[in-house]
Design a protein around this ligand. Structure first.
Ligand code: GDP
Length: 445
C-alpha cells in the first residue's frame, strides 16, 4: 500500500496537560474520522463546536473541530483538527479511537510537512524555514525563518531556474544552426547576458551567506583567563541577569559550562573555559567535548583577569577583549595602566557585585550587531542550500567559459546549473535527503 493511502494523526500541540490539545489528521480518511467523532460534517474551514463521541457512542469531550478538505489544505490532503481539552485522558481516548479506525496510524516526525512538500504545497527551502521557525529562540531568528518560510529563497531559485532554462533554449536553438556555421549572435548574445546577470545575482546572495547561517546557530563567546580570575562568578552573574537567558547548561551540578543569551534578538552562547575540565562522567564528557569544540571556534574571547598586568593567551583567530574583574576590590596595580598585551577594548567589571555588567552586555550587543551586519540580505541558512547555490554558480561560470567549445558544452553546463537549483527546491534527486530533513521535525508538524 502506498504510504499516502494511510491517514496520519498526531498531537500537534505541546506537552500535556494543557488548556487545549490539537489532534490533527491528514489523509483520505480524515473526513470519515471527523464525521464519526462529531456525528456530522462541519462546514469547511469554520470553527465548529461539537460533542465528540467514541465508537460506542460514549461522549469523549466537548470540542471545537475544523475541516479543511484537500487540496486547499496545509498538506494538500483532507485535513481535520480536533481542539479538545488538553488532558492526557481525553487525548488518550481520541487516540485509542483513531488507532482502531482502518488505514489510520500515528504520524512520523515531520510527516505532515513532508506530505505538504510531496503534494507541491511548499518547496524544500520553505520546509526548512518552517523547521527553523519552530525552533527559533530569538526574535531575529524568527524573522529570518519567516522570510524563508515565505519562500524568498525558493522564489528566487525558481526564477533563476526558469531563466537558465530559457537561456539554454536559446543556445540549443542555435545548435540546429551548427551545420551552417556559428550560432547566430541574435540568439547567443541575449543568452550570454542573461547567464552573466544570473551569475552576479547568485554570487551576491552567496556572499551575504554565512551570516544568515550563523544567525541560525548563534554567535559563540568564550570566557577565558587565569584560574581564580572570576570566570565562574561571571557565568553565574550572566545567568542571574534577566536579560535574556534562554537556557543555562550545567557541566556539573556546580559549574555552568555555557549559557545561551538573547541579546537584542541575537542568539549568543557564552562558554566558560573553567567549566571545561576532565571528568569521568560519560554524559559530562560529551558536554565538555562539545564545549571545547565550540570554544575553539569562538567568535570572540573575553579574557578575564583580576589584575591589570595579566597576559592574554590567544586562542584561535577570534578577537580578544580584556575584561578586568574584581574592580570592587579597588586597584591592586597602578590605576589606568594599560596592560602590555592588551587587545581593545578594556572593560572593567565586578562579577561579584554586578558593576559594569550592563556595559559588558551592551558591548556584546553591538559586537553581535556588527558581526551579523545587514542580515536582511542573508537568504541562505543551511549548508545544503549554500552548496547547491555554489554548484549552480560554478556551472554557470563554466558555461560562459565554454563559449569557444561549442553550444553543446554550454547547454550541458546550464543543465547542471538548473539541476542544482531543482535540488535546492527539492524537485529532483532528493529522496535520500528527505528522510534526514523531515526526521528533525516535531511530531505533529
Ligand atoms: P575562576 O577560577 O576564574 O572560575 O574564578 P571564580 O569565579 O571561581 O572566582 C575565584 C574567586 O574570586 C572566588 O573566591 C570569587 O568569589 C572571587 N571573585 C570573583 N569575582 C569577583 C569580584 O568581582 N570581586 C571580588 N572581590 N571577588 C571576586
Amino acid at each position: 500500500m502506498h504510504p499516502h493511502d494511510q491517514t496520519i494523526f498526531a498531537l500537534s500541540s505541546g506537552p500535556l496537560p494543557s488548556a487545549i490539545a490539537i489532534v490533527r489528521l491528514s489523509g483520505s480518511h480524515a473526513g470519515t474520522a471527523l464525521q464519526s467523532f462529531a456525528g456530522k460534517m462541519p462546514a469547511a474551514r469554520m470553527a465548529t463546536h461539537a460533542l465528540l463521541r467514541d465508537g460506542n457512542g460514549q461522549p469523549i469531550d466537548d470540542a471545537v473541530v475544523l475541516w479543511f478538505p484537500g487540496p486547499a489544505s496545509a498538506t494538500g490532503e483532507d485535513v481535520a483538527e480536533l481542539h479538545v481539552h488538553g488532558s492526557r485522558a481525553v487525548v488518550a481516548a481520541v487516540f485509542s479511537d483513531l488507532s482502531a479506525m482502518p488505514q489510520m496510524r500515528t504520524a512520523e516526525p515531520g510527516e505532515f510537512t513532508r506530505r505538504a512538500f510531496e503534494n507541491g504545497k511548499i518547496d524544500l527551502t520553505e520546509a526548512e524555514g518552517l523547521d527553523d521557525l519552530i525552533h527559533a529562540d530569538t526574535d531575529r531568528q524568527r524573522q529570518q525563518a519567516l522570510r524563508q518560510l515565505k519562500g524568498l529563497l525558493g522564489d528566487k531559485a525558481r526564477r533563476w531556474r526558469d531563466q537558465i532554462i530559457e537561456a539554454s533554449a536559446l543556445i540549443e536553438a542555435g545548435i540546429d544552426f551548427a551545420d551552417e556555421g556559428d550560432v547566430p549572435t541574435e540568439l547567443m548574445a541575449p543568452a550570454l547576458s542573461r547567464i552573466g546577470q544570473l551569475l552576479v545575482e547568485i554570487e551576491s546572495v552567496l556572499s551575504a551567506q554565512g551570516r544568515a547561517e550563523r544567525l541560525r546557530d548563534g554567535l559563540t563567546v568564550v570566557i577565558a583567563g587565569p584560574p581564580n580570575a572570576g570566570k565562574s562568578t561571571l557565568m553565574n552573574q550572566l545567568v542571574r541577569r534577566e536579560v535574556a537567558i534562554v537556557s543555562p547548561h550545567a557541566g556539573t551540578t556546580r559549574d555552568i559550562i555555557e549559557v545561551q543569551l538573547d541579546l537584542d534578538g541575537y542568539p549568543v552562547t557564552v562558554i566558560d573555559t573553567a567549566g571545561i575540565r576532565e571528568t569521568d562522567d560519560p554524559v559530562e564528557q560529551e558536554g565538555v567535548r562539545r564545549a571545547r569544540d565550540r570554544a575553539a571556534r569562538a567568535d570572540l574571547v573575553l579574557w578575564l583577569s583580576d589584575d591589570d598586568r595579566a597576559g592574554v593567551e590567544r586562542q584561535g583567530d577570534a578577537p580578544v577583549w580584556l575584561v578586568r574583574n574584581k574592580i570592587d576590590r579597588g586597584p591592586d596595580g597602578p590605576e589606568g595602566v594599560t596592560p602590555s598585551r592588551t587587545e581593545s577594548p578594556v572593560l572593567r567589571i565586578s562579577a561579584r557585585t554586578g558593576t559594569g555588567m550592563v556595559e559588558l552586555l551592551e558591548a556584546l550587543v553591538s559586537f553581535a550587531r556588527d558581526y551579523f551586519g545587514s542580515i536582511e540580505s542573508g537568504l541562505i541558512t543551511r549548508e545544503r542550500q549554500r552548496q547547491l547555490l555554489q554548484q549552480t554558480a560554478e556551472a554557470l561560470r563554466r558555461s560562459l567559459a565554454a563559449i569557444d567549445l561549442g553550444e553543446e558544452v554550454m547547454a550541458e553546463e546550464l543543465r547542471i546549473a538548473a539541476l542544482a537549483l531543482g535540488r535546492l527546491l527539492g524537485r529532483v534527486d532528493v529522496e535520500d535527503l528527505l528522510d534526514v530533513i523531515f526526521r528533525q521535525f516535531c511530531i505533529g508538524k
